[in-house]
Ligand binder design. Structure first.
Ligand SMILES: [Zn+2]
Ligand SMILES: [Zn+2]
Ligand SMILES: [Zn+2]
Length: 279
């Protein structure tokens, strides 16, 4: 990873302002409450009281991905209202997403899947095909290569080292830390991790991590504009953590061909900018 400051002072500068959703966007949205018949039948939902499946009255709704690339892939609709980003959700709503992920992790394990990969794509350039806030769950038979390749064994753990070093910390809540990654591939790459070396990513602190993820996206929007495309994902099994990768610059030949990432924003600058940004 190469820091090349000055290539672009603010990588998000010049991004278009976000228009409110049009009547057409709202009418077409398959994830809004009242449009339940436009998705495949739900596999899980969080709802208060009695409710028939695939009817209004839910808080979080899980449906199979209409175009799965893998054996099983699910969409977790974050909220019944038409929010376009996790940043528009409050802590109570975000906690319910954690609860839904937890329930589906148990279901995946019971069905013999060895690894549940939760992920978030926001913005078309980051791979989101629908604007209504949602996360995805990829049911995998085995631990994926990105997780297997991380050094996260107790006693020799890269995440423990980063958290203990305490450099470029942006936020901390209930034992979960947000920091600018020292080897960020793209501007503002963040790591959200518990201080303790915990393998189980679906424990009680997951809600805190997702609340901090929502806060981090709010900070990013304040610093670089509300149309920042981004990817985030949970890694678990070693020292669980959430990684947030804003997609302000594109990966080109050097990045993809040589695996050398030229980052215009140093982790020090990223930490200062996001710390000062409004949540
Ligand atoms: Zn919607
Ligand atoms: Zn660790
Ligand atoms: Zn990771």
């Amino acid at each position: 990873m190469v820091i090349a400051p000055g290539r672009a002072r603010r990588p998000g500068a010049g991004r278009a302002a976000v228009e409110p959703p049009s009547a057409d966007e709202l009418e077409r949205c398959p994830f809004c409450e009242g449009h339940e018949e436009r998705t495949p039948p739900e596999t899980f939902a969080l709802a208060g009281g009695t409710r028939e499946p695939d009817t209004p009255g839910w808080s979080v709704r899980v449906v199979p991905n209409l175009y799965p690339a893998l054996e099983r892939q699910e969409v977790v609709v974050s909220t019944p209202r038409h929010a376009r980003s996790l940043a528009e959700l409050d802590d109570t709503e975000v906690e319910l997403i954690a609860e839904a992920w937890r329930a589906r992790a148990r279901a995946a394990a019971a069905d013999g899947f060895g690894y549940l990969q939760p992920l978030l794509n926001e913005g078309r350039e980051a791979g989101a095909s629908l604007p209504h806030s949602h996360t995805q769950l990829a049911w995998l038979r085995e631990t994926p290569p990105a997780v297997a390749g991380e050094r996260t064994d107790a006693g020799d753990c890269g995440v423990c080292e980063l958290v203990a070093a305490g450099r470029n910390v942006i936020d901390e809540r209930d034992g979960v830390v947000v920091l600018a990654h020292p080897a960020g591939r793209l501007p503002y790459e963040l790591l959200i991790a518990p201080r303790e070396h915990e393998p189980d990513g679906f424990g009680t602190r997951l809600g805190t991590a997702l609340a901090l993820l929502a806060d981090s996206i709010r900070r990013l929007h304040a610093a670089e504009g509300a149309s920042v495309p981004l990817n985030a994902w949970l890694h678990h099994g070693g020292h669980w953590h959430v990684e947030l990768l804003p997609r302000l610059t594109v990966m080109a030949g050097l990045e993809l061909g040589a695996g050398i990432y030229v980052n215009a924003v140093s982790p020090e600058e990223a930490a200062v900018a996001l710390r000062e940004a409004a949540v």
